[in-house]
Unconditional design. Structure first.
Length: 279
């Protein structure tokens, strides 16, 4: 409401993922009027002035192209190593009444400009640091699990190897010393690669389940709880992914088994145990 009352050229969002996602949504809401939403998105009069019609894939682009009108540009100033919201086509919105998260997936909400001074993450609280890092791992692991047979598999393999390695290496150091500049820089690079990953492919079960746990656990921790189970469930179809990421956890001391002697579900269980040990 406040944005729509102001004559402006852009909106600057300063904060973490939730702040940036909320401003992405507010930018869309302030751009299109209810009558346009009813006509081009088929929304009811009751919902046309709410965020509800935009949830899903491509609805912002649909009304944008129909009216030849872009949402107001958002300059995203990120302050937390976490979701990569400053880089992505996603806007996660939590409904406090239902205790559910809902998602806008649309290239039209990608911030045209993003800023991230890594030094602002120095001294970030332990819980916030942990949640953001676990979310970053979940982004890369879930996209990588679903990459089998895709033309971008090798690209995603490189992203997962680099990004998950950065987080697994640096998170314990950042937990020990919140002002460790090297650890903080690696965490930011790792979680930003997580944001890059979800622009290559999509997340899956861990993220989907986490949206229903919003009133129980923070998002990153919910993903970290759920993903070992999906790792085992999908294990017969993701053997290369398991060996790739399993090597990261083993080299960091979180897996004791010899992964070369394992295959199938047994390999999936070993990697899942390594993920749990890390968490």
């Amino acid at each position: 409401n406040e944005i729509s009352k102001t004559d402006f050229d852009c909106v600057i969002a300063v904060g973490g993922g939730s702040t940036i996602d909320a401003v992405k949504a507010a930018s869309v809401l302030s751009t299109y009027i209810p009558e346009e939403v009813m006509e081009h998105l088929g929304a009811s009069e009751e919902l046309a002035s709410t965020i509800e019609p935009y949830f899903g894939v491509g609805n912002v682009t649909k009304i944008k192209e129909a009216l030849d009108l872009d949402p107001t540009p958002v300059i995203a100033v990120q302050t937390i190593a976490s979701s990569g919201a400053h880089l992505t086509k996603y806007s996660n919105i939590t409904d406090p009444l239902s205790g559910q998260k809902k998602l806008i997936v649309d290239m039209a909400v990608v911030p045209p400009k993003a800023v991230f001074d890594y030094s602002v993450t120095l001294g970030a609280p332990r819980g916030l640091t942990l949640d953001g890092a676990l979310d970053g791992i979940a982004h890369m692991w879930e996209v990588f699990m679903g990459a089998a047979g895709q033309e971008w598999y090798d690209q995603m393999r490189d992203v997962a190897m680099e990004g998950i390695s950065l987080i697994v290496e640096s998170l314990p150091a950042a937990m020990r010393n919140p002002d460790d500049q090297d650890a903080r820089s690696k965490l930011v690079l790792g979680t930003d690669l997580g944001g890059y990953a979800i622009m290559i492919g999509g997340t899956n079960g861990g993220h989907l389940g986490s949206f229903s746990l919003v009133d129980v656990l923070s998002h990153g921790r919910a993903c970290a709880v759920l993903n070992p189970y999906y790792t085992v469930l999908f294990s017969p179809a993701i053997q290369d992914q398991l060996r790739t990421v399993g090597t990261i956890y083993k080299n960091a001391g979180f897996i004791s088994e010899d992964l070369d002697n394992l295959e199938g579900r047994a390999l999936g269980e070993a990697v899942a145990r390594g993920m749990i040990n890390f968490s």
